[in-house]
Design a protein around this ligand. Structure first.
Ligand code: BDR
Ligand code: CA
Length: 347
C-alpha cells in the first residue's frame, strides 16, 4: 500500500478523509498531524482523536501541529463546522470523548517517543509563536517510513498548509521523500472569499512557500470537490440497509454529512464533500482528469490574498509546479467512501 501522512483540521469532511485514508486497502495511514483552521488546533486535535477512536483506528498516531498561520492571525470556521469544529445535528460535539486509557494521545512524548502528540491539548491556543515540535515529529515519521519502504510518502493536506510549509523549510531534504496532495484552492470562484478557498485563505504565505518549494504537488481545487455532492442516495447508502436500522457508527457518519449539508449550501443542489477527494487521488489517480500547470498564491492583495492563480493558458511562461485536478469520476469516488464506511462499520 501507498504510505500516507494526513495533515488535517477535522472538520466534518476531514473526518471522512481520515476514515478513507484509514480504511482503504490501497493506503497505509502512517499518522495524522493537525493544524489550526476549521477550529483551534487544540479542538481539531481532540476531534482527530475522537474520529480515530469512533472509527476503530486507535493505532494511528496523532501529532498536534501549528496553532496559527506563519504570518497572519488565526481564524476559525465555526459557522461551517460548529464551535467544537465537529458539531452534531443538535449542536455540541458529534462524537463522544475518547475514554481514558484508550491509547490515543494526547500528551507529547517528544520526537523520539513511540506515540505522541506535540503538546498537551489543554495548553493555551493560537496566537503564540510557531511551535516546530509537531513538524519535527512529522518529519521524523515520514523520513523513517520513506527510508524503510524506499518509497515516497504521500502527504495529504486537507487544512491550511502551515505544517507542510514548515516541514519543507525546516527539513528541505524531505522534498525528495514526499509527494504532496492538497485539497485547496480554486481556479475560479472561491468559497470563503470571492476568489479564495478557505484552506489557502487561512495561510496564504504557507501555501506560497509550498508552491515554490520544488516539491511534487497535486492540487485538488473547489472545481473538483464541488462535484462530490452529498445527495439523498449517498445519505441512504451511508445509513446502510441493515434490517434493524443503521448502526450507531453509520448513524454518526450520516449525521456528520448531514451537518455539513446544513452549513455549506451556496447554490448547490446538495452540499459538497471536499477533503476525501484528495485522499481519493492517492488511492486512484486514474479517477481524475488533471493538467500540469503553474500555480502561484496571491499574498499581497487585500481582496484576494490566498487566491491560487493558475496559469491555465500558460501565458506567464513560468514553469509548471503542480498537477492540478480538473475533474473526478464522482461515482467511483462515492464507491471508495462508502466502502471505507462499510469496512469501518464491519470491524
Ligand atoms: C475546506 O475548508 C474546510 O472548511 C474544509 O474542511 C475543507 O478542507 C474547503 O474549502
Ligand atoms: Ca479541512
Amino acid at each position: 500500500p501507498t504510505p500516507v501522512w494526513l495533515d488535517c483540521d477535522p472538520g466534518h469532511d476531514d473526518a471522512i478523509a481520515i476514515l478513507l485514508a484509514g480504511y482503504s486497502p490501497q493506503l497505509h495511514l502512517l499518522g495524522i498531524s493537525t493544524v489550526a483552521g476549521n477550529q483551534s488546533v487544540e479542538k481539531v486535535t481532540e476531534n482527530a482523536r475522537r474520529v480515530l477512536y469512533a472509527a476503530g483506528l486507535a493505532g494511528v498516531e496523532v501529532v498536534q501541529g501549528q496553532g496559527r498561520p506563519v504570518m497572519r492571525d488565526p481564524v476559525a470556521c465555526a459557522e461551517i463546522h460548529g464551535d467544537s469544529g465537529l458539531d452534531g445535528p443538535s449542536g455540541g460535539p458529534l462524537l463522544p470523548p475518547v475514554p481514558v486509557g484508550a491509547g490515543i494521545g494526547p500528551h507529547s512524548t517528544g520526537p523520539t517517543g513511540a506515540r505522541c502528540t506535540d503538546t498537551d491539548i489543554s495548553a493555551p491556543a493560537a496566537a503564540g509563536p510557531l511551535q516546530p515540535r509537531g513538524v519535527v515529529v512529522m518529519a521524523e515519521r515520514i523520513a523513517a517510513a520513506a527510508a524503510q519502504r524506499a518509497q515516497r510518502v504521500h502527504v495529504v493536506a486537507t487544512g491550511a498548509l502551515t505544517n507542510v510549509a514548515l516541514l519543507l523549510t525546516l527539513f528541505p531534504e524531505i522534498v525528495d521523500r514526499i509527494e504532496i496532495v492538497f485539497m485547496g484552492g480554486a481556479l475560479g470562484t472561491g468559497n470563503t472569499g470571492p476568489s479564495t478557498e478557505f484552506n489557502i485563505q487561512v495561510d496564504p504565505e504557507a501555501a506560497a512557500m509550498v508552491m515554490r518549494s520544488g516539491a511534487r504537488i497535486t492540487m485538488v481545487p473547489l472545481e473538483v470537490t464541488h462535484t462530490a455532492l452529498v445527495g439523498p442516495e449517498v445519505a441512504t447508502a451511508v445509513l446502510g440497509a441493515a434490517p434493524g436500522g443503521a448502526t450507531p457508527f453509520r448513524q454518526a457518519m450520516h449525521d456528520l454529512l448531514h451537518f455539513f449539508a446544513k452549513t455549506e449550501v451556496f447554490d448547490f443542489v446538495h452540499p459538497p464533500l471536499h477533503d476525501p477527494c484528495a485522499v481519493a487521488y492517492v488511492i486512484d489517480r486514474s479517477l481524475f482528469k488533471a493538467s500540469h500547470l503553474r500555480v502561484d498564491v496571491e499574498t499581497h492583495s487585500v481582496l484576494s490574498a490566498g487566491q491560487t492563480v493558475t496559469d491555465l493558458r500558460r501565458t506567464t511562461g513560468r514553469a509548471p509546479n503542480a498537477t492540478v485536478c480538473l475533474a473526478m469520476d464522482v461515482a467511483a469516488f462515492w464507491r471508495l467512501v462508502l466502502d471505507a464506511i462499510a469496512a469501518a462499520d464491519a470491524r
